[in-house]
Design a protein. Structure first.
Length: 239
């Protein structure tokens, strides 16, 4: 029997309304999009975690103490937060102090203070230079790079701006593997000294947690940057 009633009889004998075709199609599309998004997020999470693990394990053979690291022409001291007073943050102060220790130990001849200095109101490399001067490093042994806005920039500019390809990188444990991965990935002969020994009491839990979590997407970006540079170099050689 044919009926004009838009309802249908369910298995339980109750009338159920059929959903209009457009609404049903939209719901199916939303479910598909959500599944794709979830899968993409899961794959991206697995990829970044794998890259972090690889970076941390791979870098261990390139990290030394000041006593054991081989002499090199220069050290790259990576920038970090500077307060409005011009005082370096704890992490930055420890990086500078480690670079100074390398210089006084005769392990490097120059310190490249690389960070964000492209502003009239904020200048990491200058604050770093002043701090190193106060620790007894002569001005002629300090190079400042105000365009080291990222780890990749600092590594690249060591070679392109200063002509230095053999370096010691100086930063904290949470960052040192990515710094090594980046510098060595673009062709620098880099080893590393971690600055954590400067502060036996450690850093604030908030700062460390934030910094460690930040390394996951940052490492993925570093691998992307290295890959792009390698492709561009290959293209340049081809043409």
């Amino acid at each position: 029997m044919i009926t004009n009633n838009p309802s249908a009889i369910g298995r339980d004998g109750q009338h159920t309304m059929k959903k209009p075709g457009l609404i049903a199609a939209i719901e199916r599309a939303i479910r598909i999009i959500l599944k794709i998004a979830f899968t993409a997020i899961l794959l991206l999470t697995l990829l970044t975690s794998a890259l972090r693990l690889f970076s941390e394990v791979w870098s261990r053979s390139h990290i030394y103490s000041i006593d054991d690291v081989l002499e090199k022409p220069a050290a790259i001291v990576f920038g970090a937060r500077v307060y409005s007073s011009g005082r370096p943050s704890a992490m930055l102060a420890d990086r500078i102090a480690t670079g100074v220790d390398l210089y006084h130990a005769g392990k490097v001849e120059q310190l490249i203070m690389s960070g964000d200095g492209d502003s009239d109101h904020y200048n990491e490399p200058e604050a770093m230079r002043q701090y190193a001067l106060s620790l007894g490093v002569p001005d002629e042994a300090i190079l400042t790079d105000p365009y080291g806005l990222r780890t990749y920039d600092s590594c690249t500019r060591a070679s392109e701006a200063f002509g230095i390809t053999d370096v010691i990188v100086v930063t904290q444990d949470f960052h040192v593997d990515r710094a090594l991965l980046t510098c060595r990935g673009i062709g620098l002969d880099a080893s590393a000294v971690s600055a954590d020994y400067q502060r036996t009491s450690g850093y604030s839990r908030y700062s460390l947690t934030y910094s460690r979590l930040r390394e996951f997407p940052a490492t993925l970006k570093a691998v992307f940057d290295i890959t792009v540079k390698a492709v561009m170099n290959a293209v340049d050689k081809t043409f």
